[in-house]
Design a protein. Sequence first.
Length: 264
Amino acid sequence: MATSNASSDPDIHMSDDVLFGEASGEQLSNDDAVPLFNCSLRKALQQQNEVIVSSIVKQLKSQLSKNRANRCEEHEESAKDEIAENLNRTVARFDVQFTLSEHTQQNFSSALVSLETAQTKLSKSIDDKNKHHAFTAGISSSNYGWTGSTLVFPLVIYSEGTGYNPSTGIFTAPTAGTYVFYVSVQSAHQNTIYLDIVLNGFSKVRAMAWYDSGSSVRITQTGTNLVILHLQTGDRVWVKRHSGTGYASHYDTPVTTFSGFKLN
């Protein structure tokens, strides 16, 4: 048998000597050579198939790795797209909330301005109310024999602010300022009466309803007077009898009255 020069694997490549039996000096017959050739060919084809299969497997593994890498890239891109979409939605919601917040802030600012305006008006109204003090009070019945000191006017016809007390007939100044006071008295039949407007016990002006005792006519007289006074807070003003007796009035519409108000 001759040594093969081309193959290192005796199972894959067979020499012509082996195939044809020349190493032993024997000439193989056609019947012997054909099976041997077929066997060697099958081995060569099997090894070649194994190489091809191995190559295909390697290619498949490589392609699989590439596919996995591509899928990872696709997943990564998809994740990036999803994150970007979520971020855009979040930004859009934030823009909406920010816009609503601006509207809410504007509405709140508008409401605050309205509240401040209303408070200013209310404060001004309270101040104006504190600045305005006025009253008119009267007597709804006659008293021909009255000889008291302070004449009380219990029927309040009008009152704004504070100050006049219908139980005592005394006006107490709630704030300092200039005030005007007026008194009107109707005398009793054929009687004379003098009434003073008094500030803290001191007479300022006098109203006189005078009757001439020499007259036989059944008459009444009206006496009036007005005074302007500057008062300090807490000063008191009232009507006091100076002299005379009785006064006349009417049950449904007072005749004898006392009024006062503060000048602005």
